[in-house]
Design a protein. Structure first.
Length: 220
């Protein structure tokens, strides 16, 4: 494990994160993943599948987060690894791209046949066909994003289980809301790339989890 581009003041924080990750791997019963830190990366934390196995990649700002927040972030990424989410995501990406190509080709084939046989189509027939085609193109991506978001909630739930309370997760949300800039993309791009539920939605899901735990323990 190495943090090649980290300045010396971040080295101690990196070593601490690295030790945390090893402890979490022990709890998760998986081999410790690699840990990498990048000064410029879109997400605060992510898992990358490399030839030598999964790596947790952190934004260098994450190393400056309070200890409970950093612990929750690492546990969340470790939960993705323990549940096999990165490999599943890779398969989904391939399937989604294949589905989009299939839809695109079938539309081109269909339109070519219509033109070849000289079908005198009205403009609204083309519009309806194009609308159906667009919906069919977006459907695989929508399904993919729904699965991604479910995985996020699952990783949050596992984090609470491993760390014994929702405290560190709440510390992470607090830290994210003041330190991580929300994606400043325009709406269509934001929807297309909405892999993660909002921090507010994750916070709510966590609160519901706390409530249901309260109910089950009071029902003993
Ligand atoms: Zn995640």
């Amino acid at each position: 494990m190495a943090a090649p581009d980290s300045p010396p003041n971040l080295q101690a924080a990196f070593d601490k994160a690295s030790a945390m990750l090893r402890r979490l791997a022990h709890v998760a019963h998986v081999a410790p993943p690699g840990l990498a830190v990048r000064p410029k990366t879109q997400r605060v934390g992510a898992v990358e599948l490399r030839k030598d196995g999964p790596w947790v990649v952190l934004h260098s700002a994450a190393l400056t987060a309070p200890e409970p927040a950093l612990q929750a972030l690492l546990a969340h990424e470790m939960a993705h690894i323990a549940r096999g989410h990165p490999a599943l995501r890779r398969r989904l990406r391939i399937a989604s791209v294949a589905a989009i190509w299939l839809v695109a080709f079938s539309f081109i084939a269909f339109a070519s046949v219509q033109v070849a046989i000289g079908n005198p189509w009205q403009w609204w027939v083309w519009l309806a066909t194009a609308t159906i085609w667009l919906a069919a193109m977006l459907a695989p991506r929508a399904a993919q994003l729904a699965i991604y978001r479910r995985q996020e909630y699952e990783a949050d739930r596992i984090t609470v289980e491993w760390l014994g309370s929702s405290g560190p997760m709440i510390a992470l949300f607090d830290w994210l809301s003041t330190n991580a800039q929300p994606l400043s993309r325009r709406l269509p791009a934001r929807l297309w790339l909405a892999r993660q539920p909002s921090t507010a939605a994750r916070r709510q899901a966590l609160a519901r989890l706390g409530t249901s735990e309260g109910h089950s323990s009071s029902g003993r």
